[in-house]
Design a protein around this ligand. Structure first.
Ligand SMILES: C[S@@+](CC[C@H](N)C(=O)[O-])C[C@H]1O[C@@H](n2cnc3c(N)ncnc32)[C@H](O)[C@@H]1O
Length: 312
């Protein structure tokens, strides 16, 4: 079977999810299917894997998983997870859920998708090209303040103000069409100290996050994931930027929030013990990619994996 060897933490997810042969698993971000295949390879004929991807191209890609009754893929946003799991009557029956956020190599490497600042192509950036507005349309029409806010908030870009001003200035002469139109503008106003970082990295990230409403989808997806997991079910999230990771970290902390300082007061009073009822998940830790894996695939260098387990 085809395996996408570029997937982050590919060799760890089965162990971290503690995949049970007869279990029911969800891959919220099928992409090229690297993680899905790993899970399927560890399921018995009774196990089940439900995959999601918002990109219709990923669903087409999944056709290499032929005649596997254990597998189903849904072309929708993972923020609608609960709707489908309700429909399948699988609420509280899910043993493990994985989110591998962002875009796949397949999407990034295709210039027609407009995600890459290294290849010229239409400035689209939609994960599903049938839904929403293209990045070029937004850049040609949004106000300067709006553009500034997006680049600042979702790209944490120091030069956001200069970039927004330059965009509004240049679009009066020429409308934005291609990725290089945007790169040329960024190159004019951004000064980058780190030679390994492309000047366009932060702005492209910001516009992509905005166009696809990524952070709101993530918040919704995480809450839904918690709701549908079984007791003991595991949640594994791989993020690629600090904004995503902060959301995941805060979510896990909130669900696993307990006051360690209570443990210093043993024995506990009844009221103190009651506070433990608020613990809904266990935080099982944070993992970074191994150096040897980064050497094989440089794109995973910024990835962070967070693992947690539902207990209530
Ligand atoms: C990093 S890739 C996943 C790679 C995959 N794990 C693999 O091993 O090949 C992320 C995928 O998630 C999809 N995606 C991102 N946000 C999504 C969302 N809100 N709902 C559904 N799919 C989403 C993207 O279209 C992309 O295909």
């Amino acid at each position: 079977m085809f395996v996408n060897h570029n997937s982050a933490f590919l060799n760890d997810i089965v162990k971290l999810l503690k995949v049970k042969p007869n279990g029911i698993y969800i891959d919220c971000t099928f992409g090229c299917g690297g993680h899905s295949i790993k899970i399927l390879n560890n399921l018995s004929p009774k196990g089940r894997l439900i995959a999601f991807d918002i990109d219709p191209q990923s669903v087409i890609l999944s056709k290499y998983i032929i005649n596997d009754k254990r597998f189903v893929i849904i072309n929708d946003n993972f923020s609608n997870l609960e709707f489908y799991i309700n429909k399948f009557s699988l609420f509280n029956k899910i043993n493990g859920i994985i989110f591998d956020l962002g875009i796949s190599s397949y999407q990034l490497d295709n210039p027609l998708r407009g995600f890459s600042f290294k290849k010229n192509g239409p400035l689209d950036m939609r994960m599903n090209q049938n839904i929403g507005i293209k990045a070029s349309y937004w850049l040609n029409n949004a106000s300067k303040v709006n553009i500034y806010n997006v680049i600042k908030k979702f790209g944490e870009e120091f030069f956001a103000k200069k970039i927004a001003s330059q965009i509004v200035f240049e679009r009066k002469k020429n409308k934005f069409r291609n990725t290089m139109d945007l790169c040329n503008i960024i190159n004019k106003v951004v000064y980058c100290k780190k030679f390994y970082k492309n000047k366009s990295t932060r702005t492209f990230q910001a516009i992509r996050i905005f166009i696809n409403n990524e952070l709101n989808n993530l918040k919704k997806g995480l809450n839904s994931a918690y709701n549908i997991l079984s007791k003991g079910g595991r949640l594994l999230v791989i993020s690629f930027n600090s904004l995503e990771d902060r959301i995941v970290k805060n979510f896990i902390n909130y669900k696993s929030n307990y006051n360690y300082s209570l443990l210093e007061d043993l024995p506990l009073t009844l009221n103190q013990i009651k506070k433990f009822n608020f613990i809904k998940m266990l935080n099982l830790g944070k993992f970074k990619p191994l150096y040897k894996d980064i050497l094989l695939n440089n794109r995973i260098r910024s990835s962070i994996l967070r693992l947690s387990k539902k207990i209530v």
